[in-house]
Design a binder for this molecule. Structure first.
Ligand code: ADP
Ligand code: MG
Length: 333
């Protein structure tokens, strides 16, 4: 399919993230409805071409657990990626609309994400790198699929917003500067599952507790951040180099009022993730679910399970044996 902007009619805005925005569009020549992701990139033309080559891998991803891709093209200064449109949107939007997600559904989400991660890694040697509720999509057929996986290293490097890649779903080892591994995705999955099952981001208390900064102006605040935190060993993409505006942007990732989040509380949060015991699902849920989430949130990545071994957990047997009618459930909201 030879995609170009002239053939794509915008139907709606679907949302905005750190790296760009997403629109619902119609491909006029074929009548296909698509989701078009627009990413503003800062790169020379040779690098842009390299990015397009890397994005080709997305065409070769054929799995019921992965969003399919129609094609990508350059529309200076942006790169546009056209993908399968998922009419029920992402799970962050769903829980914001209906509240906590039923645990039977969360179980199916966990299973689909593990299958998706296993496919990406076994077949394409891709690590997702950005597991979070907004990258897990649902359609009214009852399919759950992953999107926005890290196919292109060059794209990640070139996104104009340098803040990309930093997220509150980041594992303790990533915060401390380790490279991504498939185990980092599992941590992010654990946080995501708690958020969906409880209808609330697990570290909310840390993030809301930022009163002591309200008197500082932005300059003072960033100096304060630098003094206090730049001594921490950090990753080369300077994970801890936040400012307030970036903090606000990040706050869109999670269910919080923009103003209740400062850069300070995000840095506090990152320290907490490294320092404190991992969050847990809570005893109000079945034992199989709790056991599974605990296994995702083992702090030491060497002790944490991989997607393959997690698929052997009891809770994943429940997913495979599930009689829950996901398709019927999607018609309730
Ligand atoms: P983020 O994932 O950080 O929210 P994105 O720019 O990746 O930011 O996506 C913005 C929003 O667009 C997402 O929250 C999601 O709800 C929506 N979206 C992305 N891809 C699709 C798709 N293929 N179908 C439907 N909605 C989508
Ligand atoms: Mg996304």
């Amino acid at each position: 399919l030879d995609l170009k902007n002239a053939d794509l009619k915008k139907l709606a805005d679907l949302g905005q993230g750190n790296g760009g925005s997403v629109e619902k569009v119609e491909h006029l020549p074929t009548g296909t409805i698509m989701a078009k992701k627009i990413v503003l990139i800062d790169a020379k033309s040779s690098v842009r071409k390299q990015i397009l080559r890397e994005l080709q891998i997305m065409h070769e991803c054929h799995s019921e657990y992965i969003i399919s891709c129609y094609g990508s093209f350059l529309a200076e200064p942006n790169i546009c990626i056209c993908m399968e449109f998922m009419d029920k949107g992402s799970f962050d939007g769903i829980y914001r609309k209906i509240g906590a997600i039923p645990i039977e559904v969360v179980c199916l989400v966990a299973h689909s994400v593990l299958e998706g991660l296993t496919y990406l890694y076994d077949v394409h040697r891709i690590i997702h790198r950005d597991i979070k509720p907004s990258n897990i999509l649902l359609n009214s057929e009852g399919s759950i699929k992953l999107c926005d996986f890290g196919v292109s290293g060059e794209l990640i490097n070139s996104i104009a917003n340098t803040f990309v890649g930093t997220s509150v779903y980041m594992s303790p080892e990533r915060i401390q500067g380790a490279e991504y591994s498939i185990k980092s995705d599992i941590w992010s999955l654990g946080i995501t599952l708690i958020e969906l099952a409880t209808g609330r981001f697990p570290f909310c208390d840390t993030l809301e507790d930022d009163d002591d900064l309200s008197d500082l102006d932005e300059d003072q605040e960033s100096k304060f951040d630098n003094d206090r935190y730049n001594k921490t060993p950090t990753h080369r993409d300077s994970t801890f180099n936040f400012n307030k505006k970036q903090g606000r942007r990040l706050s869109k990732n999670i269910n919080l009022q923009e103003d209740s989040l400062s850069s300070m509380s995000i840095i506090e949060l990152m320290h907490q993730i490294v320092r404190e015991p991992a969050p847990r699902l809570g005893p109000q849920f079945e034992e199989e679910a709790e056991e599974f989430v605990d296994a995702c949130l083992v702090k030491d990545p060497d002790e944490r399970h991989s997607p393959k071994t997690l698929l052997e957990y009891r809770w994943m047997d429940d997913a495979r044996d599930s009689t829950f009618d996901l398709k019927a459930w999607t018609s309730t909201f």
